[in-house]
Write a protein that binds this ligand. Structure first.
Ligand SMILES: [Zn+2]
Length: 588
């Protein structure tokens, strides 16, 4: 039977445990002196050896012939515990047994004397997952435990364990495995298994496993089954990590504002089944290194990159300002936060790259979007609902914050329209915004924005006196009627804002018409045009039908747009000028 490497090379004595000497030495001494406590709390991130040490401890306290505080591994008790047949060693995963009943059962059980061992040892993993009532039940047991019982609680999240529990335990903090120790262990396992392991491959595995030995051995396992000679390239392939050369290429292209290049490379990686969120993570790591290098160029040991990558980090560091680096890091963080929530990971990654290449900033992204994409929004009073990019229940906290920022921007942006409408327009076919109405809504502060419905209601209450510039807020019937013959610009905009955040971002700035029984979306957004392929079109149609309130099939058509933004703004300026001069312009 094949035994996974991480099981096979799991330490069996305290001396085998790496990187946790202060803990193992203390535990060994306690065993030797017969001074082991009755309750321990092991804390630390995953894969640092908490449960492993708990099991070694369970063997050591019960071993008939301990060697310098270590279990002998040969006596009856040791073997019983090793092969899992000892009923006196109880492992409990609090993640799945977190109720008060589970703990009560445990509490009743502890009263009985052990079957074969000297001590009954309870190992409760992920103890922070216990419910409040369960913690209380456990607390009673911890207060007066029978002499034949020992508890080892393990957790990755100490802050979630009640102080009353913590104070009753001896606490040990497991640190992340030192990369050098992790590499050493990997080499040991590789040699035993007849695997050739390159030293930079071992370094990379240690880095990828982020201080967790179990993960490190699992990665080695996966790599070795692909190739008995494990090189760093093999590791990258098996772990689905972007290659260093790709990461360097990405940073170069971002420095040169080469969005097309980034998209091409991204799509190549995508074809090779690279996980898009990993690409973003790896690139974040690289930008983090560039940032660290710029801040502390002499402390190369702070970099997470391999020594062979230092030169390329230095080169990249010269191409970016600190501002650019922070901006890109923010955009990637924003992307990483959202990428798990969407079915179109690739598109989200592409958007992130385009933003990084275009000097776009994460902090102001939504607000900036409002300025660039929807000048008309700020000049006429519009129903509050218009401001809502997604229905409230679908809105993430971050979107909500952006939304609030956007609202707060109301006044400022109204001014902007006058000065910059031409400069900021992205598409030449924008109508010249009408003059600002005096009753442009003043922006409520981020804190006092009432829930959407309430504010809409309040608005209507006040409105009898103000003139009727408000359209009744969209009365989309639940019953999906047959689709109409035409669609107004306003209805389309309303519909866009009812779509989910991703879709909304892609559709922004598009136009729609109904023709041949289909909704034709004209868009210059390459993400939309290139990425929503046939198989996705049904889901896409459905989402848009839901937003529109009637069922209709969707077709996406590319709308040609001048090559670069300079040209766009030139044309927009020209149009504005022409209009000022009274020249009549026919668009489309
Ligand atoms: Zn033994």
């Amino acid at each position: 039977m094949y035994l996974a490497l991480y099981r096979k090379y799991r330490p069996r004595t305290f001396d085998d445990v790496i990187s946790q000497e202060p803990i193992t030495i203390t535990l060994k001494n306690q065993i030797k002196n017969g001074s082991a406590g009755h309750a321990y709390l092991f804390t630390g991130s995953r894969g640092t050896g908490k449960t492993t040490c708990a099991k070694i401890f369970a063997m050591a306290v019960n071993c008939l012939d301990p060697k310098d505080g270590n279990p002998c591994l040969e006596c009856e008790r040791c073997r019983e515990i090793l092969d899992g047949s000892a009923t006196d060693i109880v492992e409990m995963d609090a993640a799945s047994n977190n109720g008060v009943d589970d703990v009560r059962q445990l509490r009743d059980e502890v009263l009985y004397t052990p079957v074969s061992c000297k001590y009954r040892v309870y190992i409760i993993d992920e103890v922070h997952m216990l419910s409040g009532a369960a913690f209380n039940a456990l607390l009673k047991t911890l207060e007066e435990p029978p002499a034949h019982v020992k508890f080892i609680l393990a957790t990755t999240e100490l802050q979630k364990v009640p102080a009353t529990i913590v104070s009753r335990c001896q606490r040990f903090e497991f640190r992340r495995i030192d990369p050098a120790d992790s590499s050493k262990r990997l080499f040991f396992a590789a040699e035993n298994e007849g695997i050739t392991l390159d030293s930079d491959a071992a370094d990379l595995i240690s880095r990828l496993s982020d201080g967790g030995m179990r993960d490190a051995l699992s990665i080695l396992d996966r790599c070795a089954s692909a190739d008995k000679h494990v090189t760093s390239e093999v590791v990258r392939k098996c772990a689905g990590v972007a290659e260093t050369s790709h990461l360097a290429a990405f940073s170069d292209m971002i420095a040169e504002h080469d969005a097309a290049g980034c998209i091409r490379l991204l799509s190549e990686l995508y074809k090779n089944s690279k996980d898009m969120s990993l690409v973003i993570d790896e690139l974040s790591e690289r930008f983090r290194d560039i940032m660290i290098y710029k801040t502390a160029p002499n402390d190369l040991d702070l970099l997470s990159a391999l020594p062979s990558e230092y030169d390329s980090i230095k080169v990249s560091a010269e191409k970016f300002t600190m501002g650019d680096i922070l901006r890109c890091l923010n955009l990637m963080r924003e992307c990483a936060d959202n990428i798990g929530k969407t079915r179109s990971r690739k598109i989200l990654a592409e958007i992130c790259f385009v933003k990084m290449c275009s000097g776009y900033s994460a902090e102001t992204s939504t607000a900036a979007h409002a300025v660039r994409m929807k000048p008309e929004m700020r000049v006429t009073q519009i129903p509050k609902e218009e401001f809502v990019p997604t229905p409230p229940e679908k809105m993430s906290r971050e979107n909500l914050i952006n939304l609030n920022k956007m609202r707060a921007l109301g006044e400022e942006t109204a001014k902007l329209v006058n000065e910059e409408s031409a400069d900021t327009a992205v598409s030449p076919d924008f109508e010249e915004p009408p003059e600002i109405l005096p009753e442009t809504p003043t922006a409520p502060s981020a804190d006092d924005i009432p829930p959407i419905e309430e504010s809409a209601a309040a608005e209507t209450d006040k409105s009898p006196e103000t003139e009727k510039k408000e359209e009744p807020t969209a009365e989309k019937g639940e019953n999906k009627a047959a689709f109409p013959e035409t669609i107004s610009e306003e209805d389309w905009k309303n519909a866009i804002h009812k779509c989910d955040f991703m879709t909304m971002t892609m559709l922004e700035g598009s136009a729609a018409e109904i023709s041949d029984g289909m909704l034709i979306i004209h868009s210059s957004n390459n993400m939309l045009v290139n990425n929503v392929k046939d198989e996705e079109l049904t889901a896409f149609s459905k989402e848009i039908s839901d937003a529109l309130g009637y069922n209709i099939n969707v077709k996406i058509v590319r709308e040609s747009v001048p090559e670069n933004e300079d040209e766009v703004s030139k044309i927009a300026k020209l149009l504005k000028k022409a209009k000022q001069l009274g020249v009549e312009i026919k668009q489309e």
